[in-house]
Design a protein. Sequence first.
Length: 384
Amino acid sequence: MDYMSRALDLATQALGWCSPNPGVGAVLVRDGAIVGEGFTQPPGTAHAEVRALYKAGHLAHGSTLYVTLEPCSHQGRTPPCTDALISAGVAEVHVATADPSPWVNGGGIQMLRDAGVRVVIGERELEARELNEAYFKWVACQQPFVTLKYAMTADGRIATRAGSSQWVTGPDSREYVALLRSRVDAILVGIGTVLADDPLLTARPTHALDGGEHRIHQPLRVVLDSEARLPLSARVVSSRTPAPTLVCVTERAQSEKLAELADSGVETLVIQGQEDKVDIIEVMNALGRRNITSVLAEPGGTLAAGLLAAGAVDKVLVFIAPKIVGGVSAPGPVGGEGVAAMSEALELRDTSWTSIGRDMLLSGYVGRAGPGEARKGTDVFRDH
C-alpha cells in the first residue's frame, strides 16, 4: 500500500477547514498495518500527527509515520507535533515536503533527527507542494493564492449574444466547482457578475465529510463593488445562506448604502480606489491580513482582465464545454483591450488536461510560478 498517497488523500479533507494552517495528512504504520491516521483540524485544535497518535495509542511506539508536511516544532496555538512524536516513540518519519514557513523551516526535521528518529524526505513531494500551494504563497508574501476559474464553450464564449450563460458546462463540472469552493477560503466576484447572474456562491458538493450538508466548509464571499450597488435582494446578501459576505468598496460608496448592507449582515470594507475601481492588490493585501490564504475568482470578463493585469492571478482553471455558440458579440472570458501581438500573450506553464464528464479542464500556472512555488516577500504571519 502507498501510505503517502493515503496521507495526501487525508490532507485534502483538511483544506478549507484548517486555514490558515496547511492541510496535512498523517498515517502511522506498524508491522505493515495502519494503526492510526488523521488530518489537520480547525485552527487551535489537533494537527494531523496528533490525531494519528491518538488513534494509534500504545501502537505508535516503534511505528513509522508518513506525513505530507514537515511536523511543526514550535509552540503556536497547539504544542509542537515533534514533541508528541518523540514522546510516543515513533521510530521513523517520512516527510513529503519541508515546511518553508519561518516558524518551522527545517526545525521539525532537525528536532526529530536530534532525538534519534530516522527522517526520510521527498516522497510524493510535488503533489504535497501543490496541495498546499496557497499556504506556501501566504507565508512568503502575506497575499492569498488566487485561482482564476471560468467556463467557456469550444469557441471561447462564456454566454450567448443575448446574455444566456446557464449552463455552459455540464453537471459534472459544476459539482467539481462546488467541491473547489469548499476547499478555499474565499470566492471572489465583481458586482457585474452579481447583477447579471445573482449567484449564491456557496459550496454544495454532493459528498460531505460525514455525509451531512452541515459539514461542508463555506468560503467567504467577496464582492468587488466600488459604488456599493449590491442589491439587498441579492442572494449573497440573504441571511438564509450559510456563508458570510464581504463587499469591497471605494470612498465613492454612499454611507447610507453601507449602513443598509451592515443591517443586512453584510460586512463592507473601504479599499483605496484605482481609476474609479477597487484596487485589486489592496484587496489581496487586506484578505491576506485576514488570514485568507486561498481565493477562487469566478469573475466576468472585465474583472478577469483586471486580475490578470494586476498580476494577482497564480493559477488558471478553464472548463471547456463541447458546445459552439457563435456570434461576434457573444462575450469571451477575458475582456479588456488584450495584447496586440501573439508574442505578447500570457502563456500558462505546467499545464494539464483533465476530462470531467463531457467537458475538459485546462489547468495551468501564470508566469514562472508552478506547483508550490510562491512569490517572495519579506514579511510573514506567525499566528499559526
